[in-house]
Write a protein that binds this ligand. Structure first.
Ligand code: ARG
Length: 569
């Protein structure tokens, strides 16, 4: 039930009977209805100022007159205060309606079909081959995953793309290093770490041995030319990296529809360069081909080096054209750190200059940096926190807490995974994405405060209340939800669908993370201040229904951001 439209209807009817020269329709009225900042001023308020001119009356006079004729069905009270008409919805009716929508729509509560027939491409995680997955890649992975869940919930078709960093001269060096010093077993056992050591050694020795650089170029050329040996080593490096990454993705519960990375576009470069040339966009600069962007206050976009090699930009242009062709997207989102802001502005501008109107459907969803316990993550200084280790440690710590708090819990290991990993994800998605975050164990794993474990614990608590209550057959007496605490929970439940839509619109999963905390806090307040298992069976039934609705919406909110909701903790 949409209370706002119902109230607009009531105002329109009252207006009709009080004045014959007004000029507002119910829809126009609905647009000016406000939600007062303080519930003491009502659930909805209608400002009468706009009518003042056409009716030639002071706003308070109009409010008084309108009040006389309001149809009071569903309402508890209407007040005329300083030119505003304040509406108080009948509390029990509000409770009944909200609970019915949550219950009847079930897993679809908050969902929608606004995205039906539309496709959204999401480029996220996009890790680099032969590098370990470190916490710098956590945000892109989890923001992208959450956006995918959110858009699917709203009816969109989504395409999750891991645009692998699997092209570049460094791979020539890696193959060269492998040929010089590596062996199969070492890589098979050591995985990405072994590759990284080879690469580090190569760069070390290249400082005193200039021939190595030449050797690196030689092997890269071979990869480019499709030399069988070079490619098979390179592809094997890729496989090993992806196997490593897959372990992390499984822990995080993340999946992709496509792993088409940079090298996928090797044979699709000609088209980009031809199209740029045809449209007269390429100019030469120091032997390289670039697109001049000085009219837009940006440095030139580098398309092709003097030796013919293409660049990150060229591959992104090819990828955008490919995605438009393959998926005919309505939106293409790039979930990438804000450091690449210029790259994406250049990319979208070049697409626009090429005449692709859909360039405005491409968007850079930027996010801030992650540091760890106050220390920046610098690959060079050697202080790197690997995601895999971080997740294992989170599970370990969660297990220790569970052992202490609920030693009798049955599936401790499973719960520890949901809590530990959930805590890391929740922490990552709690602040608006553009803010830098400093990861801290104490803050992420606390059971109090704005954390994953706190929300999960509230969910487990609601499950436990429902288990203890067993079946209640009495009909719900919704006046049992007239308390301020219960009403607050209801208001939070009622706004869930709007929160989901806003999160999608602003590419901001944190709105849902924060919402889950606010709902959990409201429920806990209700739990402490109101007796759920009241002696009056009608009241008890209503309070249990509220508990059930809360449990459902918390679990759904957590699912959307990629966090599990254990039933016992
Ligand atoms: N592999 C890049 C990195 O780790 C991110 C790629 C982002 N996606 C894109 N289409 N450029 O920095």
């Amino acid at each position: 039930m949409d209370f706002k439209s119902i109230i607009a209807e009531k105002i329109a009817m009252s207006l009709e009977s009080a004045y014959d020269n007004h000029d507002l329709s119910a829809e126009q009225i609905a647009q000016v209805i406000e939600i007062p900042p303080d519930t003491a001023m009502g659930d909805y308020a209608f400002p009468c100022f706009r009518l003042s001119k056409s009716l030639r009356k002071a706003p308070p006079v109009i409010a008084d007159a309108l009040k006389q004729n309001i149809d009071m069905a569903l309402l508890q009270e209407v007040q005329s205060v300083k030119g505003y008409l304040n509406f108080y919805i009948d509390k029990a009716t509000f409770a009944r309606e909200v609970i019915a929508s949550v219950r009847d729509q079930g897993a679809r509560y908050g969902a929608s079909d606004i995205g039906a027939g539309k496709t959204i491409c999401l480029d996220y995680s996009s890790i680099n081959i032969a590098k370990r997955f470190h916490i710098g890649h956590l945000s892109t992975t989890m923001i992208g995953n959450a956006l995918k869940n959110i858009y699917e919930f709203l009816g969109y078709t989504t395409v999750g793309i891991n645009h692998l960093g699997d092209w570049g001269t460094q791979f020539g060096k890696m193959v060269a290093a492998y040929k010089l010093w590596g062996d199969r077993e070492q890589i098979e056992q050591g995985g990405v770490n072994a590759m990284v050591s080879l690469y580090v050694r190569f760069n070390e020795e290249a400082k005193s041995d200039p021939e190595l650089a030449e050797l690196g170029r030689h092997w890269f050329k071979k990869i480019e030319d499709g030399d069988e040996e070079a490619l098979s080593i390179f592809n094997w490096f890729k496989e090993v990296t992806l196997q490593d990454a897959q372990r992390v993705y499984e822990k995080l519960g993340v999946r992709f529809d496509s792993y088409a990375g940079e090298s996928f576009y090797n044979d699709k470069m000609g088209r980009v360069i031809d199209e740029l040339r045809e449209k007269n966009l390429l100019v030469e600069s120091d032997g390289a081909q670039v697109v001049d962007l000085s009219d837009y206050n940006m440095p030139p976009a580098l398309i092709q080096k003097s030796d013919g090699a293409t660049l990150y930009m060229t591959r992104d242009l090819a990828a955008a054209l490919y995605r438009k062709d393959a998926y005919d997207f309505d939106k293409c989102l790039y979930v990438v750190a804000y450091q690449q802001d210029l790259h994406f502005r250049q990319l979208f501008k070049v697409l626009e200059l090429m005449g692709h109107e859909w360039s405005r459907d491409c968007e850079h969803v930027a996010f801030g940096m992650v540091s760890f316990e106050g220390e920046a993550l610098a690959t060079r200084s050697g202080h790197v926190v690997y995601l895999d280790d971080l997740l294992d440690k989170a599970v370990e710590k969660a297990l220790a807490i569970i052992e202490e708090k609920s030693p009798d819990l049955e599936n401790k290991d499973e719960v520890a995974k949901q809590v530990g990993i959930g805590a890391v994800i929740f922490f990552d998605l709690y602040n608006s994405r553009i803010k830098d975050i400093d990861f801290s164990w104490d803050r992420a794993l606390a059971f109090e405060g704005e954390t994953g474990p706190y929300v999960q614990y509230t969910h487990a608590r609601s499950c436990s209340v429902l288990r203890k209550a067993g079946t209640v057959t009495a009909e719900a007496d919704y006046t049992g939800l007239n308390t301020p605490e219960a009403q607050d929970v209801l208001r939070q439940l009622d706004r869930f669908p709007a929160v989901v839509r806003e999160a999608a619109q602003r590419y901001e999963p944190s709105l849902i993370t924060r919402y889950s905390v606010i709902l959990a806090q409201a429920f806990n307040k209700f739990y402490y201040e109101n007796r759920i298992l009241d002696d009056d069976m009608g009241v008890r039934a209503a309070r249990l229904e509220l508990t059930r609705a809360t449990r459902q919406v918390i679990a759904e909110a957590l699912r959307l951001i990629g966090v599990g909701a254990p039933e016992r903790m």
